[in-house]
Write a protein that binds this ligand. Structure first.
Ligand SMILES: *[C@@H]1O[C@H](CO)[C@@H](O)[C@H](O)[C@H]1NC(C)=O
Ligand SMILES: [Ca+2]
Length: 325
């Protein structure tokens, strides 16, 4: 069989092209072992290198359980090495499941914050935090119609000044969000948080497709270096198992990045999601006293006008009369 030179060149070119693509994939994204949590967890005795635990955490060979399917539990895992990588992707293999058919909660969070190991009211961690929180909210606290269903994935960037409003599922502080049916899934559930050139992209792989599906992407997100990765979960009246199976941090090699010292900047986001369901309490119906005062004023004004008018009229009548006589 004769293969023309052209065909040969074509094949060689594509072979080189392909190996370049795969080569680029392999060499440009580095797994950072010191920021990753992978099996086997307890390689060296009872502690896991680079990671701390707090609350109801239970470590088994196959998963790290942040909370069991029991009420009023909170647990967290925190990386104890500050992250100086500027562009990164965190891939989280997790599992949320439980006995509850209709009632379950509350959910979990993936963190990149200044204050690790600090428990609080936001999925078991500190409110008014500094940094990034990705929330996997399984329970709709907000009564009344949401624009979205639950479970719900959302992102929040905080410089310490914002309160996560649990009663409204953080609706008014989120950058973006999407529904994601990760709970009691028959498939393995994965989450990717990619932070590259100030663009935050959150994707899921929860339908057994072994492919990332974008949940949302937000531009103009500024995060400092030197913060800590972690994950926390909480249960209240409602419960679920919240498990972390692995967290893998990859350093992304970004060619055209601006050299900027990011160690001391405040976390900031240029865009917030347009407030949804921002139904302010309806303005209170005009109170009785207020209405009464307005009516009294109007009547008084009217009286003044009438009296004034009458006086002017009389005076002109008088002068008319004077002139007549
Ligand atoms: C913190 O964030 C709030 C709300 O986004 C903003 O008004 C404030 O200026 C920020 N403060 C700093 C120090 O960046
Ligand atoms: Ca909620």
């Amino acid at each position: 069989m004769k293969i023309s030179l052209k065909t040969l060149l074509f094949l060689v070119f594509h072979f080189i092209n392909l190996s370049f693509v795969f080569g680029a994939w392999n060499t440009n994204d580095y797994l950072k072992r010191e920021h990753s949590l992978v099996k086997p967890y307890q390689a060296s005795g009872i502690s896991i290198p680079f990671w701390d635990f707090t609350g109801s955490v239970m470590i088994t060979n196959n998963y790290i359980r942040l909370t069991p399917d029991l009420q009023s539990k909170s647990g967290a895992v925190w990386n104890n090495v500050p992250c100086h990588v500027k562009n990164w992707e965190l891939q989280v293999h997790f599992k949320v499941y439980g006995k509850g058919k209709d009632l379950f909660g509350d959910g979990m969070a993936i963190w990149y914050t200044k204050q690790p190991l600090t428990s609080g009211s936001v999925f078991g961690s500190l409110d008014f935090f500094h940094g990034l929180g990705i929330f996997l909210d399984t329970y709709a606290n907000q009564n009344g119609p949401h624009n979205h269903g639950h479970p719900y994935l959302s992102a929040m960037v905080n410089n310490g000044s914002l309160h996560y409003d649990h009663d409204r599922d953080g609706t008014h502080t989120e950058l973006a969000g999407c529904e994601a049916k990760f709970r009691n899934s028959e498939h393995e559930t994965h989450l990717s948080i990619r932070y590259e050139n100030d663009v935050l992209t959150v994707s899921t792989d929860i339908e057994g497709k072994s492919a990332w599906e974008e949940c949302f992407t937000v531009k103009g997100v500024r995060l400092p270096t030197g913060y800590f990765f972690g994950s926390s979960a909480t249960t209240g009246d409602l419960s679920d198992n919240h498990d972390i199976i692995s967290m893998r941090l990859y350093e992304l090699e970004v060619s055209d990045e601006k050299e900027e010292d990011r160690s001391n900047i405040a976390p900031a986001a240029a865009f917030f999601a347009p407030p949804r369901d921002h139904v302010d309490d309806p303005p209170p119906p005009m109170s009785g006293t207020k209405l009464y005062l307005i009516i009294v004023c109007a009547l008084l004004g009217l009286c003044v006008c009438i009296i004034g008018g009458v006086m002017v009229f009389q005076r002109s009548q008088d002068s008319n009369r004077k002139r007549l006589y």
